[in-house]
Design a binder for this molecule. Structure first.
Ligand code: SIN
Ligand code: CO
Length: 367
């Protein structure tokens, strides 16, 4: 899929560094769903979708859900519909993402699919994330630039570069793929009605991580001690915060400590947290543990398409929740985290119990 490059070579030479065009990355690939299927998805409440259109130089952005008739009323040119997290809705979408597992799962975001009529696109812009742009049906012209000028047009509902100067351009055909590192300016315009599959990654900002970590710490902190002032002396201004008070609070706060293990635990829950739009449905008539274990032995099990399972040492993080692997189950749980499935087998009871909990939460599904 990387045009003859090994994943090691791709990582060393291109990942997060420079663009790569791969002709026929997936020979024979023509997409996973039709424009109608995509429009149908964009009609659903819990699916995140956007419609971007341009008429003369006026850009418009609308957010879904969209009624089916929305699209039949649009012009024949210059609009595009973009739908996020198609991997949550389609086994084939999840399987496509799985092909990118030379990048750690924690870095993976989602599969976005767009449909554009001729001339359609979201305009020249850059993203803060790495992306693989895989062409499905139809052809799209990509123009890219390493420019440093990142100024956006003012008063436009989208981020459109004010001055975009393409340095390279290609027309991508079905099965071709373009990799772009973060902050690389690009503009994809549909040559004919076309669909593009964007495999997107996440790179949290220091601010996002710090806020997340402070929340985590808030729940896990257990500091000893309490404010005490046996040497209190009469203050001239009872309303004043004394230097002693501030110094004592400061010393108490300085006793906040965390270890690498705390950071691993935070990172595990943070990176495995599902998107806010995700709601798991527990099975309507859940099997009891005994029948569940027999079926597990018979058919095996897989993670739900939306589940995220990560690990660090013996700690496992599923959908934001941490569990310590029961004895002798780490190896099996790691292979579930890596490959998202477990072959049929007689697993230790403690593992069957854990999987049964996850099954009751709707986090795993039968093969
Ligand atoms: C697309 O239009 O499918 C991709 C949008 C992008 O460039 O991020
Ligand atoms: Co982009």
């Amino acid at each position: 899929m990387l045009g003859g490059l090994s994943p090691e070579n791709f990582l060393a030479r291109y990942w997060h560094k420079k663009p790569l065009l791969i002709r026929q990355a997936l020979p024979g690939f023509n997409g996973l769903l039709s424009p109608d299927d995509l429009m149908h998805l964009a009609g659903e409440e819990e699916v995140e979708s956007r419609l971007v259109s341009r008429s003369q130089e006026i850009w418009k952005l609308a957010h879904g859900p969209f009624a089916p008739k929305t699209f039949s009323r649009l012009a024949k040119k210059n609009w595009t519909l973009l739908v996020q997290s198609v991997d949550h809705r389609l086994d084939a979408g999840a399987a496509l993402l799985a092909r990118f597992d030379f990048i750690p799962h924690a870095r993976l975001d989602d599969l976005m699919v767009s449909y554009a009529v001729p001339g359609g696109g979201v305009g020249p812009h850059f993203d803060s994330y790495d992306v693989f742009l895989l062409q499905g049906m139809g052809r799209r012209r990509w123009r890219i630039s390493a420019q440093r000028d990142m100024e956006f047009l003012p008063d436009v509902p989208l981020r459109i570069l004010r001055r975009f100067e393409a340095e390279q351009e290609w027309v991508l055909e079905p099965g071709d793929m373009l990799y772009l590192p973060p902050h690389y300016a690009h503009d994809g315009i549909a040559e004919d009605a076309c669909m593009t599959y964007s495999i997107g990654f996440r790179a949290p900002s220091a601010q996002e991580l710090a806020v997340g970590f402070l929340d985590w710490l808030h729940e896990h902190l257990d500091l000893p001690g309490r404010y005490a002032d046996p040497a209190l002396r009469l203050q001239r201004h009872p309303g004043q915060l004394s230097d002693d008070l501030i110094a004592q609070v400061s010393t108490m706060l300085e006793s906040i400590r965390w270890t690498e293990d705390d950071v691993a635990r935070f990172a595990g829950s943070w990176f495995s947290e599902p998107k806010p739009t995700v709601f798991f449905e527990p099975p309507a008539h859940p099997l009891g543990l005994a029948i569940f274990t027999r079926r597990l032995a018979h058919t095996g099990i897989k993670l739900d398409r939306r589940s995220r399972l990560l690990f660090s040492g013996r700690r496992f993080f599923c959908n934001g929740e941490e569990v310590l692997a029961p004895p002798r189950t780490s190896t099996v749980l790691r292979s579930l985290a890596d490959s998202r499935r477990l072959a049929p087998g007689n697993y230790p009871l403690a593992l069957a119990e854990l999987l049964h909990d996850w099954y009751e939460a709707g986090w795993v599904q039968w093969e």
